[in-house]
Design a protein around this ligand. Sequence first.
Ligand code: CP
Ligand code: NVA
Length: 300
Amino acid sequence: MRHFINLDDLSTNDLKQIIEYAITLKKQYKTGEINNSLKNKTLAMIFDKPSTRTRVSFESGMVQLGGHALFLSAKDIQIGRGESIADSAVVISSMVDCIMLRISSHKDINSFAEYASVPIINALSDESHPCQLLADMMTYQEYNQTIKGKIVAWVGDGNNMCHTYMQATKVFGFALNIATPKGYLPQQSFIDKYADNINLFTDAAHACKNADLIVTDVWASMGQETEQKKRGLAFKDFQVNDKLMAKAKPDAVFMHCLPAHRGKEVSASIIDGGQSLVWDAAENRLHVQKALLLYLLDKL
Ligand code: CP
Ligand code: NVA
């Protein structure tokens, strides 16, 4: 049994296979071809944080594959009243075929996997967001064949998305320039582990020089709302705008996992401009997660 908790839980080959199959599923979906490979299968989706893309893509994806998805708000199930992760994992996994979790603590996702008898998918934790990286890598591949050997610039917070880009450097073979304000670096354990593939900057313009892909994310992640003001000041020179994009290669593209704040981490001219792939990446969450579900349920 395989889980998808960190991007590098799966081999490069398997990740590539998932992306290739996602491209096929996308074509099938667009031509109206029916695929019932997950008939009678159920996915439980446990959320203790908000979501638009993750919820809609997993739920629609299961339906499109002939299966069913259960939305379980953590506050409405007994986990919210203190039932243990272990007991919840044993019970829920005895009734469904796969479980997707968006819960704050990465450690809790690992504990859940330890006690679960079905595959577990990390749908965002305080540490990482591997499903988004699958969609981003699929989207870059559709645009420009391969990300291998390319330069990616991460601008902004050293957060869960940044960590997952760091993990992606090894599995997909690209270099990552990370520009963060002082005090907002990624976790030291990630810096140490991916040292060979990353360069750290405090100047966003230097990090974006010759980049093939520029990526950013919100300045305050879910759960950091009270820090919004402080972060707004710390990140004011880390907006991806025309001036910054001009430092990158002429055919460079822009990604953001969304939701986005125009005029904060990204200018409207960039996110709504010709170099933005954000809408393709958001749509690709659907296709690549369908491929991931098929992979984890041995249907690929
Ligand atoms: N990018 C992403 O995971 O979006 P949601 O928070 O809307 O699911
Ligand atoms: N870093 C953001 C990503 C949202 C998809 C957060 O954790 O809120």
